[in-house]
Design a protein around this ligand. Structure first.
Ligand code: BMA
Length: 359
């Protein structure tokens, strides 16, 4: 399947359609190149801001060289994941305590090192004042759409996020707002709004950034949660005009099952959703990625080489990103760190031919 997909992509990838000129074109080309070559870039959320039991203290003077991933593998991840949650309020720091000044500095530094930056966004609930996980009202999405009671305030929220993106200059970045939209844990989730309202929300965001603010350096990613029937994936797709990358967020959960069962279940689900994504991204001529994944606390000593790689290496995903290593919650990490019992397996993963880190 990989070879067939690669041949088809080579034959008709978007890079053949227009000359490579803008930073966005170059990034699209680079990501398609990974897929064509059977390579997968590795990414880690919040990699340069903090890690297991450490954080950047004085960001203005810090050289931003520390990274749990680098401590373990000797290399930085290709993708640095960042989250804009909190920017909508004009806050100085995001919801996980990362100063936006640090985020901007790290993003630019990471690109200078040859990396790619991707942004998620967990904005507060504009109607209730709660956080992104406040699902107490099913009217929130409607309230920010055209004619809604929060439309104007929401425009201000969008403008603050757009200001941040604009401050990155012409660096091309990936943005994946309104993620995990098929589950119902965020105010924009499946049972919290209609498909049409969700699509309007995404398009309104895109229109504001692209048409009103003229930000053309953004690759827009659609990243539903993957624990759904594949047919559901497209049910809230905003449309080809608005999307560059089709992604999916899906995690391994152990719960009460054995590691073996949990691993097998995750692999089965991942295979199923990536098989679907391969077909649909080819059909729509889009990039694909595993926008978020991981196993919290990495209890499986061979998760990277025994569980993750055997599945993803069969698919032309351009990148895979594992979630953050919290500095203040000892068990909340998704990449190995120096001194962690199972760090060798992540190092082995970083040395696989098809997996890319920043050398
Ligand atoms: C979640 C957890 C939270 C965090 C949020 C946004 O998955 O990591 O602790 O606040 O993502 O980064």
């Amino acid at each position: 399947m990989l070879l067939a997909a690669v041949a088809l992509l080579s034959a008709c990838g978007p890079r053949d359609k227009k000359p490579m000129e803008t930073p966005k074109d170059l990034l699209v080309h680079r990501l398609f190149g990974y897929a064509e070559n059977g390579q997968i870039a590795y990414g880690h959320q919040d990699d340069l801001f903090y890690g297991h039991a450490w954080k950047v203290e004085d960001w203005e003077s810090d050289a931003l060289e520390r990274s749990d991933v680098k401590d373990v593998t000797g290399k930085y991840p290709v993708l640095l994941g960042c989250d804009l949650g909190g920017i909508e309020l004009g806050a100085e720091e995001n919801l996980d305590g990362v100063p936006f000044g640090l985020m901007r500095k790290a993003a630019l530094k990471h690109v200078e090192r040859g990396g790619i930056v991707t942004f998620s966004w967990h904005p507060r609930n504009p109607l209730t004042g709660g956080d992104a996980w406040d699902i107490s009202s099913g009217e929130v999405v409607k309230s920010v759409l055209r004619g809604g009671e929060k439309e104007q305030e929401f425009r201000l929220w969008l403008s603050r996020a757009a200001d941040f993106m604009e401050s990155l200059g012409d660096v091309a970045v990936i943005f994946r707002p309104w993620h995990e939209n098929l589950g119902s844990w965020f105010w924009w989730g499946g049972e919290l709004c209609t498909a049409q309202e969700y699509q309007e929300l995404y398009r309104q965001t895109w229109l504001y950034f692209t048409k009103e603010r003229g930000l053309t350096n953004i690759l827009w990613c659609y990243s539903p949660n993957g624990d759904v029937r594949p047919e559901e994936y497209m049910s809230r797709y905003p449309g080809d005009e608005f999307i560059d990358i089709m992604g999916v967020d899906t995690y391994e959960y152990v719960g009460n099952s054995s590691l073996e069962e949990a691993g097998a279940h995750y692999q089965g689900e991942l295979r199923r959703i990536l098989t679907f994504l391969t077909a649909v991204s080819y059909e729509h001529n889009k990039l694909m990625c595993l926008s978020e994944t991981g196993l919290e606390g990495l209890p499986d000593p061979a998760w990277w080489t025994g569980i993750l790689d055997p599945v993803i290496s069969n698919f032309s995903i351009s990148y895979v990103l594992t979630w953050r290593n919290a500095h203040d919650k000892p068990g909340h990490f998704y990449a190995a760190w120096k001194g962690f019992d199972h760090e060798e397996d992540m190092k082995a993963f970083s040395e696989l031919d098809n997996i890319l880190f920043l050398d």
